[in-house]
Design a protein around this ligand. Structure first.
Ligand SMILES: NC(=O)c1ccc[n+]([C@@H]2O[C@H](COP(=O)([O-])OP(=O)(O)OC[C@H]3O[C@@H](n4cnc5c(N)ncnc54)[C@H](O)[C@@H]3O)[C@@H](O)[C@H]2O)c1
Length: 283
């Protein structure tokens, strides 16, 4: 049976076919063609099956977000499928899942490869979204270092002395710095490569969202997470569906005047830290 006779469909590309990414795509992809990319064949197959049985048009490609050529091939695949209207990057590893070198390579440099590659294929009027983290609000990078980051190429990021010396200290530092750098990468792209394509790009910084990645953090982090949740205004974790709701807004036409920004969605954790109501224990 032919479920959909439309051929000329807009493309929604997702890099990192995990919990938050698939929730976002489900919210925006009806009537469009989905390209899912992930390093894990298993995750790809599971996500694609869910979309297929949900009535979506879905194509998959294995991609390693830390490999520039692999990411470029993924973007080229998206462009070959039609007008690339939306790109979402959720490929990442958390502090308890990886060593600092890998976090910098994936969450920072890999995100840069994706922003660069999709900055060459986005359709006019298209929009991108990078999933950063509330952790990006937990470090303060000196102004002159932020300027160097904003003016750096993606390849040059790992050579910035602050990244080499501070971010590499431990996985927690690597993660917070990488997630702050994501905000700056989005800002830079919005003003340069994505602007040239007449496309917008923003990021969302989620707080604690219950996904398998978060379970890895809970089990390794003692009672720090519980205290953080208890001292936040929401007094609960968030869900991927809530992130998807805000993502649909930022990607959609009602956000046509919004580009280059980060939206913090943390249930008030950062407010609690900044006001001293919760004392962050940096590991
Ligand atoms: N869950 C949370 O509480 C939380 C909070 C803040 C930020 N985040 C960030 O949100 C993003 C998505 O997290 P999630 O909770 O949906 O996690 P998830 O583990 O469900 O999804 C991440 C996906 O990225 C894929 N991936 C990992 N390495 C890759 C690589 N080299 N190339 C391609 N794909 C790769 C994984 O296979 C997985 O499918 C991550 O960047 C994470 O740091 C998560």
């Amino acid at each position: 049976m032919i479920f959909d006779r439309n051929e000329d469909k807009e493309v929604v590309a997702l890099l990192g076919a995990g919990s938050m990414g698939t929730a976002i795509v489900r919210r925006i992809a009806a009537g469009r063609r989905i390209l899912l990319g992930d390093i894990s064949e298993k995750n790809l197959e599971k996500a694609a099956e869910g979309f297929r049985y949900g009535g979506y048009d879905v194509v998959t490609q294995t991609v390693d977000a830390t490999d520039k050529e692999s990411v470029k091939a993924f973007a080229a695949k998206a462009a070959g499928l039609g007008r690339v209207k939306y790109f979402i990057d959720t490929a990442g590893a958390s502090p308890n899942q990886a060593r600092p070198e890998h976090i910098v390579k994936l969450d920072m440099v890999g995100t840069g490869y994706a922003i660069d590659a999709f900055g060459e294929v986005m359709a006019q009027g298209g929009a991108g979204l990078v999933i950063s983290s509330q952790a990006g609000y937990m470090c303060s990078i000196p102004d002159e270092v932020e300027s160097a980051i904003l003016n750096s190429t993606t390849e040059g990021l790992a050579d910035i002395p602050y990244i080499r010396e501070t971010a590499m200290q431990n996985s927690g530092m690597a993660y917070t710095v990488a997630k702050r750098v994501n905000h700056l990468q989005v800002m830079r792209a919005a003003a340069t490569s994505w602007k040239q394509r007449r496309a917008r790009i923003n990021s969302i910084s989620p707080g604690v969202i219950v996904t398998p990645l978060a379970y890895d953090e809970f089990s390794a982090a003692g009672d720090g997470y519980q205290q953080m949740i208890d001292s936040s205004s929401a007094e609960r974790c968030g869900t991927s569906d809530e992130i998807a709701e805000a993502s649909a807004f930022l990607l959609g036409e009602h956000a046509g005047f919004i580009t280059g920004i980060d939206l913090l969605m943390d249930g008030g954790v950062i407010a609690s830290i900044r006001t001293g109501c919760y004392k962050l224990q940096v590991r």
